[in-house]
Structure formats: structure tokens, C-alpha cells
Design a protein around this ligand. Structure first.
Ligand code: CA
Ligand code: CA
Length: 300
């Protein structure tokens, strides 16, 4: 698809237009300025093949072509990290995964998260409402340091009096910068209750799109022209996490709690691409700025 077509088919500047622009930049305009094309870092259509680039931590394991971050036992916490390389977060990062949350013994708890972190490829946070990425002050578990977590929280811990939380289900972006992460809503950069029952046992698609300065989260409707369930502006992973090398581990975490309503968290597929923005000055731009960049390149 050409940039012109990509722009015409969307009422706004879409990620597709940005990706299309990247192909053009790479092939025609900035061949001497370094890599600019969309780069598929990894793609697991299922988890039946070579998994040597994945680190399984805690209760996470692979079975029958899927990754199970937790079983449906109590107080489980699991994580899977891509360990083939750290991801360059000075670029656009576009990741998609498919999962089922099932085997509920009750109404379901606790949820899962996609996590950027600079701690280690063996990092794990607390169980229960800590979702495998965060502190759990009730249990004394310590969360993952230097991390930003996009949580998909399926249990409202405020009703237990644990910590401030949103109604379930909700999506929320959490960080404490260099300190261990926290599930407390006080440390959310943005969150919203979503009208999608992620605990229904069915497969759901999740897409996370990070442009330095802007984070967008899509659930089920994940096409470029779809509306994200949550957009958080003003987030810059390199600066917010004090990175020296612009790169982070990425992974998925999940947890169950002490109640009888534990659930499995089953990942069926996962892919990640990045796209290097060609202009050093464009790193702070959102989609509007990138759109200007696209149009400028078209005229050039
Ligand atoms: Ca919660
Ligand atoms: Ca929460």
C-alpha cells in the first residue's frame, strides 16, 4: 500500500501510514541514514516451535502450543520475557498477542500485563493483584524495577481494601520509574474500565503501539483504523526509565490470588515489530507530527 493510499483509507494519520512511509524512506530517500524499514523482531504464531529466545519465570510454562503464564491455582505468578535481544524503544514498537483467560473457579482473578523493563530476563513481581509485575504489599512481594506495565486487571482490589484500584475489567499503565512497580492506582499514568469481558474464556487480541511520547492500547479491534481503548500521552520510556542504551526487555506477566476464583492466563500467539523514525528530532512526535513527516517526505 502506498502512503497516499494509506492516508486516504483512514480519516487520521494511522500507524499503517507510518509503516508505509517507513518502506518508502528505506527504499528511496534515506538509504544512507541507517535502518528505517519496519523490522519484525519476532513472531510466534503459536508456541510449538523453537522457544529458546523465551525465558519462562515463576509458574509460566509452555503446553500444547500455548504459553500458560499461570495455571488456575492460588497465588501463582508467571512471566515470559523475549530474550533474543532487548528492544530499541527509541523507535516505534508495535506488539500484538492473543490470549484466553479461562478455567475460572469463580468470577475470575487476577489478570495480566505487558511489561517493558530494564531489570533482567528473569524478572518477576508479586502474585495476586500485583499481576506478576508489581509490588504486593499484602504479601511482601517486590515488583519489577525500571518498568512500565500495561495491566489488564480483572479484579478490583479496592473492594478488598488492598489499594486504590479501578472497577474490573480495566486497562491501566503503571510505573514508578527506577523503583519497583506498583499496582496502586496512584501510580497509574492513565487507566480506563473497558466494556470487554476478557475473562469469558474466549480468545482475545491485544495490540500495544508505542511511539516515543505516545502509548496506544487496542483490545479485540486492533486494526490501524480502529480506536484504541486507552491512549496515554507524555510517556517516554528512554527518559522515564533512565536508559543508557535505549533498549528494554519486553514480556507478559500474570498472576492469581488467594481466593478460590483463580484462572489460567493462556497466550496463544505473540509478535513484535519496530520501526526506526528517520529524523532524530522526530522522537518526541506523536502521530500528528509523524503525519507531517510523511507529507514532507512525499513532497521531497
Ligand atoms: Ca486489581
Ligand atoms: Ca489495577
Amino acid at each position: 500500500m502506498s502512503i497516499r493510499t494509506a492516508l486516504r483509507t483512514s480519516g487520521r494519520i494511522s500507524p499503517l501510514a507510518i509503516c508505509a512511509a517507513g518502506v518508502v524512506f528505506a527504499s528511496a530517500t534515506v538509504a544512507s541514514a541507517g535502518p528505517t524499514a519496519t523490522n519484525k523482531v519476532f513472531e510466534y504464531n503459536d508456541f510449538s516451535g523453537n522457544l529458546s529466545d523465551l525465558n519462562f519465570v515463576g509458574t509460566a510454562t509452555d503446553s500444547a502450543g500455548s504459553v500458560f503464564l499461570t495455571g488456575n491455582g492460588r497465588r501463582e505468578a508467571g512471566a515470559v520475557w523475549y530474550n533474543g535481544q532487548q528492544i530499541d524503544v527509541s523507535t516505534i514498537v508495535d506488539t500484538t498477542f492473543n490470549l484466553n483467560v479461562a478455567n475460572l473457579n469463580g468470577t475470575g482473578a487476577d489478570g495480566f500485563a505487558f511489561v517493558f523493563q530494564d531489570e533482567s530476563a528473569n524478572a518477576i513481581g508479586g502474585a495476586g493483584g500485583a499481576l506478576g509485575y508489581a509490588d504486593n504489599p499484602i504479601r511482601g512481594d517486590v515488583g519489577i524495577t525500571r518498568s512500565v506495565a500495561i495491566e489488564f486487571d480483572l479484579w478490583d482490589n479496592s473492594i478488598n481494601g488492598n489499594w486504590p484500584d479501578l472497577a474490573d475489567p480495566h486497562v491501566s499503565v503503571h510505573t514508578r520509574g527506577l523503583l519497583s512497580n506498583s499496582p496502586d492506582q496512584t501510580f497509574s499514568l492513565g487507566g480506563t474500565v473497558i466494556p470487554i469481558n476478557l475473562s469469558d474464556g474466549a480468545a482475545h487480541d491485544v495490540r500495544i503501539l508505542y511511539v516515543p511520547g505516545l502509548l496506544q492500547i487496542f483490545v479485540d479491534d486492533i486494526a490501524d483504523t480502529d480506536t484504541p481503548v486507552l491512549t496515554v500521552a507524555g510517556i517516554d520510556l528512554v527518559n522515564d526509565l533512565g536508559l543508557g542504551d535505549n533498549s528494554l526487555f519486553v514480556g507478559l506477566t500474570a498472576a492469581t490470588g488467594g481466593q478460590t476464583n483463580a484462572q489460567t492466563h493462556q497466550i496463544n500467539s505473540w509478535s513484535l515489530s519496530n520501526f526506526v523514525i528517520p529524523s532524530p528530532g522526530s522522537l518526541a512526535l506523536g502521530f500528528g507530527g509523524l503525519g507531517l513527516l510523511v507529507r514532507r517526505k512525499r513532497r521531497a
